[in-house]
Design a protein around this ligand. Structure first.
Ligand code: PEP
Ligand code: MG
Length: 570
């Protein structure tokens, strides 16, 4: 039966596909005991599911190519190891044949038993493998419930419906043929959302009711921009879907005519559009769309979901590819921005923190792990020998931090010189403005930077004291707040007066609807994901900068969001 639901649109695009449910960690199973005569069939059912899960993992391994093969492959190998673990398998057989538990129930009991073993370990690495165990058990559970007609390996044409989705899973899912992902939790500002946009994978987050209604094999229609979801769509929905698909096609054709056009306002002022990039594909796209350079390369994606830290050479090669990929246009490499919330997925053994957003993250983490930071700085300096590179430091909150960073840079440069390793001569350094104290305190360290880039995703979170990933606070979390706009206006004019370029690289710069607002406040350097670059270019080309600047004062007089929206509507 048709059912309309809603989540938050977290990427772009629309999708229509069959539902594949991944049950939440709690593994909702029918806790059934079976009769003695059912045992042989139940054992057979269990083993068929185990074989199917194994075949899926092997199939996936074979289909992975390039950089993904290395990163995701390690995890797949680990999952195969868990799946083949004799203790797991014997335990399952015993539970079904001796305990007379249904296969589902046995899976859940075995999962709980092993999870408590993992959690009791002192080693952080093993403790964090609990998540992998859940993935493996979830895969077998899904195979137990797959209908006979869809046992094919892979998820081609399916929309994954799940409780939560980690950034590391998205690329794997896409390579399996998944056409969209809907999760019951999460917010559009999460790193999963950022990566989904980068992969052009439709993603809806915070769809709280989805797991209660979606079943394997249901048809699901999703709009990853609006967050609209329709289970078992009817004829009218399908008509709407096809109309929207055609519209998207036409819009893309129109936008692609702007690929070679300048980003120039109606009154002839050139605006710079840099790209935010996470992958090689983003870099190629940024170049093809005529981006002025890379304004934000998030290096943490190199560190996520690996058991070892990337070596200096591995990092150097990735950064060099980036520099070469932009063929002479500037590339801004952000140093590692990880914290305890993401460290579980890396080779960094960090202690968990009660409040990771306010904890050891960004530049604080780099300065606390000098060898790690030095390795990254050396790799960046080496890549800078191949083209123009700027280094961007995340989460700066005071002058002392910038001084320590510059000292480390000198150290890295000197060590390369002593070893006779080639490094870029002229590398610019910039700070991300994400912490309100750094926004207010820019005059205190402006002499130490060549440029700054405002990370509005975090700045908004810290300025408004609203967790950027909190689903139920999503309406409070907005850059369209008078204090945010006033602070941005101050930053842009302070930068201009002091000859320091100020860019915005948070998601707000990638929304075409914000273009008049940012231009009015004085922004000239936008950094945004290539997926919306042409839309933003179109919005700039439709803007009259002089008239927007004249209207800036009335924008800054708005007292609330409604006032800001009303200004935009005019
Ligand atoms: C930001 O905070 O605006 C930003 C660009 O960094 P990230 O989203 O990676 O935290
Ligand atoms: Mg940030």
């Amino acid at each position: 039966m048709r059912r309309a639901l809603r989540g938050q649109g977290a990427s772009r695009g629309i999708a229509l596909g069959r539902v594949r449910v991944r049950h939440p960690q709690a593994l909702v199973v029918d806790e059934r005991r079976i009769e003695a005569e059912e045992v042989p069939d139940e054992i057979q059912r269990l083993h068929r599911a185990l074989d199917a899960a194994r075949a899926e993992l092997h199939g996936l391994r074979e289909r992975l190519h390039g950089a993904l093969a290395h990163e995701v492959g390690e995890f797949l190998d680990l999952h195969v190891m868990i799946l083949d673990d004799p203790e797991l398998l014997q335990g399952l057989d015993d539970l079904v044949s001796t305990g007379r538990y249904s296969a589902d129930y046995a899976l859940k009991l075995q999962r709980d038993r092993l999870a408590s073993v993992f959690e009791g370990m002192h080693d952080d690495y093993f403790r964090s493998r609990r998540e992998d165990l859940d993935h493996v058990i979830g895969r077998v559970h899904a195979a137990l419930h797959r209908r006979g007609d869809d046992g094919a390996v892979g998820l081609s044409g399916e929309i994954l419906v799940c409780e939560t989705i980690a950034p590391s899973e998205l690329a794997e899912l896409q390579s399996q043929g998944v056409v969209g992902v809907v999760a019951a939790t999460g917010s559009p500002l999460s790193h999963s959302a950022i990566l989904a946009r980068s992969l052009h994978l439709p993603l809806v987050l915070g769809a709280a009711d989805i797991l209660a209604h979606a079943n394997d094999g249901d048809a699901l229609m999703m709009d990853a921009a609006s967050g609209e979801l329709v289970l078992e769509p009817d004829a009218a929905d399908l008509k709407r879907y096809h109309r929207r698909q055609a519209e998207i096609g036409r819009e893309q054709a129109q936008l692609s005519r702007l690929r070679r056009q300048p980003t120039r306002t109606v009154d002839g002022v050139d605006i710079r559009l840099y790209a935010n990039a996470e992958s090689r594909e983003d870099v190629a796209e940024a170049h093809a769309l005529g981006a002025d350079g890379i304004g934000l390369y998030r290096t943490e994606f190199l560190f996520l979901q690996r058991r070892e830290l990337p070596t200096e050479d591995e990092q150097f090669l990735a950064y060099r590819d980036l520099v070469l990929g932009m063929a002479g246009r500037v590339v801004t490499i952000r140093t590692l921005d990880l914290g305890a919330d993401k460290a579980d997925h890396t080779g960094l053994a960090l202690r968990s923190e009660p409040n990771p957003a306010l904890g050891l993250r960004g530049v604080r983490l780099s300065l606390a792990h000098e060898p790690l930071f030095l390795t990254q700085l050396r790799a960046i300096l080496r890549a800078a020998a191949y083209g123009p590179v700027r280094v961007l430091v995340p989460m700066v909150c005071c002058r002392e931090e910038m001084l320590s960073v510059l000292e480390m840079v000198e150290h890295a440069r000197e060590s390369l010189r002593v070893e006779g390793v080639q490094a870029g001569e002229r590398v610019e350094f910039g700070a991300m403005i994400e912490v309100p104290a750094a926004a207010l305190g820019l005059p205190d360290f402006i002499d130490l930077v060549d440029f700054v880039s405002v990370g509005t995703n975090d700045l908004v979170q810290y300025l408004l004291a609203v967790d950027r990933g909190h689903e139920s606070l999503a309406t409070l979390y907005t850059p369209r707040h008078p204090s945010v706009l006033r602070l941005l206006g101050e930053l842009f004019s302070y930068g201009r007066r002091n000859g320091i370029p100020v860019a915005v690289c948070g998601e707000m710069a990638g929304e075409a609807a914000n273009v008049p607002l940012l231009l009015a406040l004085g922004l000239r350097d936008f950094s945004l994901h290539p997926a919306t670059l042409l839309e933003v270019r179109r919005a700039v080309r439709e803007s009259d900068l002089a008239s927007l600047r004249r209207r800036a004062r009335s924008l800054l007089r708005a007292h609330d969001r409604a006032g800001i929206e009303a200004w935009l509507a005019r």
